[in-house]
Ligand binder design. Structure first.
Ligand code: FAD
Ligand code: SIN
Length: 520
């Protein structure tokens, strides 16, 4: 059994920033992370961090843009907290050594993305996530009170008989089918879940394979309330190339002047939407899907050829490198793109200090539902969310938990069960990805959602009857079912949830969060 004052599950922006704050306060913290500590959604962030740094911008304007994108479901306190505390957190990143892009006069270079009324995206070219991870990992590794456990996957939270979370069961060195390896208890009076998103429940996603929704699944099993899981944000412009793996083509490229065009070169998004290519992602993604359907083609294009080639290459070295590797010169050729699942707007319900309804369990980052995003996240608000609420969770937990009071005595070890047949695991994984994309994607209907729930529920019974599923598959199945059932229940369209049988927003009946708790 491992013991520490605090446990962080995940090494993205939220988990790392939490660990640094805890160590700065003088306590010990274990960071367990599924693969290498560098691997996370954070690592792949391109556009940057939305925050207000003066000029003609203001906190009020950033708040307004966030509320507009959120389509009536944002929590005002969460929005004001995240945006109000954002500048201080980004200053702290700079103090830790983050190298963000600057103008010739030394001021931070500020980009713009969809839904933002000002240039306010702090970035490191188009490698922002890599720079954030480098900075935070260096700072965390410099703290002797932070201990890293890489290739350690949390399987379940440990909840005592009084309902307190007192750590997690963690597996190390398992085979791909989930068998073997060691299962150990990481015992701690305070556990932060910061396991990121769940893009991997869809067959096409911008997320890396670690994003299987483990935190949402574990918290749900432990009795925490989950909220608004139907709100899955699709990014309008992922690379559509057989070898591109849904690699993201940043919205910052549109902020810089790129335009979405169809196979005839027509800027259809500019024609259809008031804010053109810089509208929020929900409407741009739907316009692209409609164009792909009417043309019968599998992609549209992002055209940046009108901009200065030198400047384009300098501002977007990461995207340029990826495109060049696939034989696409983005300065002379339009880039083929299509929408892909990108971000989980809902998650485990927390207050603005990261607390859940399970004592001892805090959640921050993409796994959390703080109320910041409502029905649609404003671009580049999530690195911000991870920083602000990761820090707030640390401050609240260290100010309010008497860590000496908790006994480090988890209940008995989970029974080892026979692993399911690898063929079933493969088929189940493929089914989840396909059903979610086809039936619970950008455009949903009553029929598609009913079908998805039926298929996923049956699959869950089949898998449960066959033995123990690999942890990733178990999480994907749990979260996919929660997303599908939540989407099926919401009989309206709002933000990124669009049901063609209920195409209007219905404030009278539906202006509230969708809450789910195991057994209710
Ligand atoms: P993550 O960064 O995803 O970290 C989760 C961590 O938990 C990982 O280390 C993972 O390995 C670990 N983990 C998962 N399950 C387990 C388990 N069972 N046990 C142990 N460890 C586990 N947002 C912006 O604001 N600006 C952007 O420019 C931007 N660009 C993006 C580009 C891409 C391609 C993607 C995919 C996302 C982008 N986002 C962006 C979203 C943003 O990156 C994420 O929402 C944010 O980084 C999430 O941070 P996190 O700390 O919550 O989770
Ligand atoms: C992007 O760079 O387009 C991604 C930004 C985000 O998801 O916030």
């Amino acid at each position: 059994m491992h013991r520490s004052d605090y446990l962080s599950i995940g090494s993205g922006v939220a988990g790392l920033y939490f660990a640094i704050q805890i160590a700065r306060g003088g306590a010990t913290v274990s960071v367990v992370t599924k693969k290498a500590a560098t691997e996370s959604n954070t690592r792949y962030a391109q556009g940057g961090i939305a925050t207000v740094f003066g000029g003609d911008d203001s906190i009020e304007s950033h708040i307004r843009d966030t509320l507009d994108a959120g389509a009536g479901l944002c929590d005002a306190a969460a929005v004001e907290t995240a945006i109000g505390e954002g500048p201080r957190r980004v200053q702290d990143l700079l103090a830790l050594g983050a190298q963000f892009s600057r103008e010739e006069d030394g001021q931070l270079s500020l980009g713009r993305e969809g839904g933002h009324s000002h240039h306010r995206i702090v970035h490191a070219d188009d490698w922002t996530g890599r720079e954030v991870v480098r900075t935070l990992l260096e700072a965390a590794r410099a703290e002797e009170r932070v201990t890293f456990h890489e290739d350690h996957q949390a399987l379940d939270l440990i909840v005592d008989t009084d309902g307190n979370c007192c750590g997690a069961w963690v597996q190390h060195g398992a085979r791909p089918d989930g068998s073997g390896g060691r299962i150990e208890a990481f015992s701690s009076p305070v556990t932060l879940l910061a396991t990121g998103g769940a893009g991997a429940i869809f067959a096409s996603t911008t997320n890396p394979p670690v994003a299987t929704g483990d935190g949402v699944a574990m918290a749900y099993r432990a009795g925490a309330t989950v909220a608004n899981l139907e709100f899955i944000q699709f990014h309008p412009t992922a690379l559509a190339h057989p070898e591109g793996g849904s690699y993201l083509i940043s919205e910052a490229l549109r902020g810089y002047g790129a335009v979405v065009v169809n196979h005839e070169g027509e800027a259809f998004v500019e024609r259809q939407l008031r804010l053109g290519s810089l509208s929020t992602r929900d409407v741009v993604a739907r316009a692209i899907v409609a164009e792909m359907k009417s043309s019968g083609k599998e992609c549209v294009f992002l055209d940046v050829t009108g901009k200065d080639p030198e400047e384009t290459r300098r501002r977007f070295p990461n995207i340029n490198k990826m495109c060049r590797g696939l034989g696409i010169d983005m300065t002379t050729q339009p880039i083929p793109v299509a929408p892909a699942a990108h971000y989980l707007c809902g998650g485990v319900r927390t207050d603005i200090d990261g607390r859940t309804d399970v004592p001892g369990l805090y959640v921050a980052g993409e796994t959390a539902h703080t109320g910041l995003h409502g029905a649609n996240r404003l671009a580049s608000n999530s690195l911000l969310e991870g920083l602000v609420f990761g820090a707030r969770a640390a401050a609240h937990a260290s100010g309010n938990m008497d860590i000496r009071r908790i006994r480090h005595a988890p209940p008995g070890m989970p029974e080892p069960a026979k692993p399911i047949d690898p063929d079933l695991a493969k088929r189940a994984g493929e089914t989840i990805g396909r059903v979610m994309l086809d039936d619970v994607g950008i455009v949903r209907t009553n029929t598609s959602l009913g079908r998805a729930c039926g298929i996923l529920d049956e699959l869950a019974d089949e898998v449960a009857g066959a033995g123990c599923a690999p942890a990733d598959l178990r999480s994907r199945l749990t979260v996919a079912r929660l997303v599908a059932h939540s989407a099926r229940s919401r009989r309206e369209s709002r933000g990124v949830h669009y049901n063609a049988d209920h195409p209007e927003r219905d404030d009278e009946n539906w202006q509230h969060d969708s809450l789910m708790r195991a057994g209710r």
